[in-house]
Design a binder for this molecule. Structure first.
Ligand code: FES
Length: 122
């Protein structure tokens, strides 16, 4: 007897809210940077997402518990970033591992970084 296939709860899209910018949908396994770039949210990524800069710095406002753990390399890179706090992550390294309670992860791109991105692309 075959079992009916139930969709995994992790198959549901996760809403990633870029505070003050827009909400986007991302699959589990996606990094915050990938979610941004796939949806037209400009998040700087000078090294191309290989943890060799700190330009993809974001502040995690909600859903931090479903993101991948910070590696030593990420922590070292964040030491070089401006305005670092306990909620800071590198967008290219913070990967969504499961659907959060409420279905949403929220991040803020630091204001100085938004300004830098806008100046670079205007
Ligand atoms: S893009 Fe360089 S560390 Fe994330």
């Amino acid at each position: 007897m075959s079992q009916a296939r139930q969709p995994s709860p992790d198959a549901a899209p996760v809403v990633v809210r870029f505070a003050g910018i827009r909400d986007v949908e991302a699959k589990v396994g996606t990094s915050i940077l990938e979610a941004a770039l796939a949806n037209g949210v400009e998040l700087d990524h000078a090294c191309g997402g290989v943890c060799a800069c700190s330009t993809c710095h974001v502040k995690v406002l909600a859903g931090a518990e479903v993101l991948s753990e910070m590696s030593d390399d990420e922590a070292d890179q964040l030491d070089e970033a401006r305005d670092v706090g306990l909620d800071s992550r590198l967008g290219c390294q913070a990967r969504i591992l499961r659907v959060p309670q409420g279905g949403r992860v929220e991040v803020a791109i630091p204001r100085w970084n938004v300004n830098l991105v806008r100046e670079a692309h205007d």
